[in-house]
Write a protein that binds this ligand. Structure first.
Ligand SMILES: [Zn+2]
Length: 272
């Protein structure tokens, strides 16, 4: 593996993103995790055939459709704020094995670290997003304050939540015309929430976990982070205008935006 591996474009962008998320206050303590699917070009340029297996692990939920794919993953229990200081400890690269029953660690996780406990959720989400979009690359989870706050103040109905978001800022329907996925509160870190989240990812790039945080998927680190920033801005406006709102964008205004930008807006949320 190339010795300048830490300076590759994808490594620097992921390390920067983890720092930005920490600085935004969305990855307190050990919160936040991320997984990035390496492209064929990145594997060829930076990994090639020079691959050494550090250790191997089994997956609770096999993922045969991710067979042989490589992912850069954050480590379990690793604060986002520390990733920039010791990336080879708090990040690692895994390769899913031939039958999808486990994976090999081929770089990083120094000091016997292991991938995030949310890895099964991430892999299930990658599987679903790749079915929907062959350019899909990243799954990112963090705890944006106002998005979480909104899940205490707004009814937890997916369509109603989406409509409110679209009515808070003109950008919202432009950035996520497909809407957003919203789960009921569930225990995190187990297979059930992983399956439910991946189910939502068949249709959405954003899934909100009430009273906990958000998952975003995208074709790039910037796209996934941009989705979270857009949601968080709207949620912030929702919270700070609580009890003071005299109006929001109307359904007609949302439809006018959708028409002007030729968007394929999710049906059933605003009247058409
Ligand atoms: Zn979390």
């Amino acid at each position: 593996m190339a010795t300048d591996f830490l300076n590759t474009p994808f490594m620097t962008s992921i390390i920067d993103t983890c720092s930005q998320i920490y600085q935004a206050g969305w990855a307190e303590n050990h919160a936040g995790n991320l997984s990035y699917l390496l492209t064929e070009e990145e594997i060829e340029a930076y990994i090639g055939t020079d691959k050494k297996v550090i250790s191997s692990r089994k997956l609770e939920v096999p993922c045969p459709n991710l067979s042989n794919k490589y992912f850069l993953v954050t480590a379990a229990g690793s604060p986002f704020k520390n990733i920039i200081k010791e990336p080879d400890k708090h990040l690692g690269i895994i390769q899913i094995n031939e039958d999808g029953s486990g994976f090999d660690i081929i770089w990083g996780f120094r000091g016997n670290k292991r991938p995030t406990s949310e890895l099964p959720t991430h892999l299930l989400c990658h599987s679903e997003r790749l079915e929907a979009d062959d350019q899909h690359r990243i799954v990112l989870h963090c705890h944006p304050d106002y998005t979480i706050a909104m899940t205490f103040m707004h009814e937890l109905d997916q369509n109603a939540f989406t409509k409110t978001m679209w009515s808070l800022n003109s950008e919202c329907v432009l950035v996520f015309p497909e809407g957003l996925g919203l789960l009921p509160w569930m225990v995190c870190g187990n297979g059930e929430i992983g399956m439910e989240t991946a189910g939502k990812m068949k249709e959405f790039r954003i899934v909100i976990w009430p009273h906990h945080g958000i998952l975003a998927a995208g074709q790039s680190v910037d796209q996934a982070l941009g989705l979270i920033e857009t949601i968080e801005k709207a949620a912030r406006v929702y919270v700070v205008t609580d009890g003071k709102r005299k109006q929001c964008m109307t359904e007609d205004q949302i439809i006018a935006l959708a028409d002007a930008f030729h968007l394929n807006v999710r049906k059933g949320i605003v009247m058409e």
